[in-house]
Design a protein around this ligand. Structure first.
Ligand SMILES: NC(=O)c1ccc[n+]([C@@H]2O[C@H](COP(=O)([O-])OP(=O)(O)OC[C@H]3O[C@@H](n4cnc5c(N)ncnc54)[C@H](O)[C@@H]3O)[C@@H](O)[C@H]2O)c1
Ligand SMILES: [Zn+2]
Ligand SMILES: [Zn+2]
Length: 351
């Protein structure tokens, strides 16, 4: 690599502590690695969980971030699909492409990968990042595509689609409830529309997010701060919804989902839960319902990329704020106070 051997990065220093600071630039350590210069990155709710100390596997000194797009700076001898100068999308899930899980496209459980970026290895909130198993963990950016939209392909769009919509088997004519109108709930809202459900009911406490959901294709919204969600949904459906997507991760919202699903319906849990929930098996066994869970695999990224290219889906609409790299701390301040700031996704540009 040319130039200075240090770079700026967002470093986790233990619960509640982070700093935008100078660190050594990453170097190729295995033949299958690539070094990518980040051009655009973002902050995920998971980064806020890490900063709260909820993810103890993240140790002080770790560079945060698992989303972004960039330009390949250098590749190891074993990388054949990418070369210096290629523009790439970085997947939040790293995968070797060779192990038993990868062969089943269950990349989230790759024996030498999974969600490691900004977790077990240094992440994308930096000028440069080392991407292990680059051939399988990066995607080429087609000329002329909106790079802000592509940042949404690192994590939130595949998560909403795979763990919400596909696990929930959203089908033509279905009534779908999405509980949680954050970036993940919104990604489920955008991608559910591929399958032409007849109704999409969004539920949240934040009225401004519900208003945004109406612009993105929700047919109705329920503010769970002011209305009884279960009663409202049961009164407006014959016997509940076909699909309930949980996109928050707390017992109260899981409970809403299990109380609004109709016989034969599906609950797709996307939220990351820190506490156990009370699953009403004694009531639900006879209802023939399906409960699905999961960690995103990002195996739908190539398909989603085509839908972004054709503008069938326009996830760049989720971007509410833009910052430069030297405003990274401010970007965290805004994203960390999303309700007050009316923030959904923030983009941090390195240019
Ligand atoms: N399964 C996966 O692979 C995967 C991947 C990424 C994120 N996630 C998880 O998905 C969840 C959503 O992520 P996000 O980034 O959209 O989070 P977020 O915090 O931005 O959004 C959550 C939304 O839920 C709303 N909410 C909170 N409590 C509520 C309640 N009691 N009733 C109704 N709404 C309520 C909030 O107002 C907010 O709009 C998180 O738990 C995240 O960790 C899972
Ligand atoms: Zn994330
Ligand atoms: Zn693997």
């Amino acid at each position: 690599m040319t130039g200075s051997s240090t770079m700026m990065a967002m470093v986790y220093n233990g619960p509640g502590e982070k700093s935008w600071t100078s660190v050594p630039k990453p170097m190729i350590s295995k033949a299958t690695d690539a070094i990518v210069k980040i051009t655009k990155t973002t902050i995920c709710g998971t980064d806020l969980h890490i900063l709260k100390g909820d993810v103890p596997a993240v140790t002080p000194g770790r560079i945060l971030g698992h989303e972004g797009v960039g330009i390949v700076e250098e590749v190891g001898d074993g990388v054949s699909n990418f070369k210096k100068g290629d523009k790439v999308i970085i997947s939040c899930v790293t995968s070797c492409g060779k192990c038993e899980y990868c062969k089943q496209q269950m990349y989230s459980h790759c024996e030498d990968g999974g969600w490691i970026l900004g977790h077990l290895v240094d992440g994308t909130q930096a000028e440069y990042v080392r991407i292990p198993h680059a051939d399988n963990s990066l995607y080429h950016i087609p000329d002329g595509t909106d790079e802000e939209a592509l940042v949404m392909l690192s994590d939130i769009l595949p998560t909403g689609l795979e763990i919400g919509v596909l696990n929930g088997e959203v089908s033509p004519g279905d009534t779908v409830a999405i509980v949680g109108a954050g970036p993940i709930g919104m990604a489920a809202l955008l991608t559910a529309q591929f399958y032409s459900p007849s109704r999409i009911i969004m539920v949240d406490l934040d009225q401004s997010r519900l208003d945004t959901a109406m612009k993105f294709g929700a047919t109705e919204t329920i503010n769970s701060d002011t209305a009884n969600v279960v009663d409202t949904i049961m009164a407006s459906t014959k016997d509940g919804v076909d699909v309930a997507i949980e996109a928050v991760g707390v017992p109260a919202t899981f409970d809403i989902c299990q109380n609004i699903v109709r016989p034969g319906g599906r609950i797709a849990n996307v939220g990351v839960h820190g506490k156990s929930v009370d699953f009403q098996l004694q009531k639900l066994w006879i209802q023939n319902i399906t409960l699905r869970t999961g960690l995103v695999n990002t195996n739908t990224t190539p398909m989603l990329l085509k839908t972004v290219e054709s503008k069938k889906v326009q996830p760049e609409q989720l971007v509410t704020h833009r910052f430069s790299f030297d405003q990274f701390m401010q970007a965290y301040e805004v994203f960390g106070n999303a309700a007050r700031e009316k923030a959904m996704k923030v983009i941090i540009n390195n240019d």
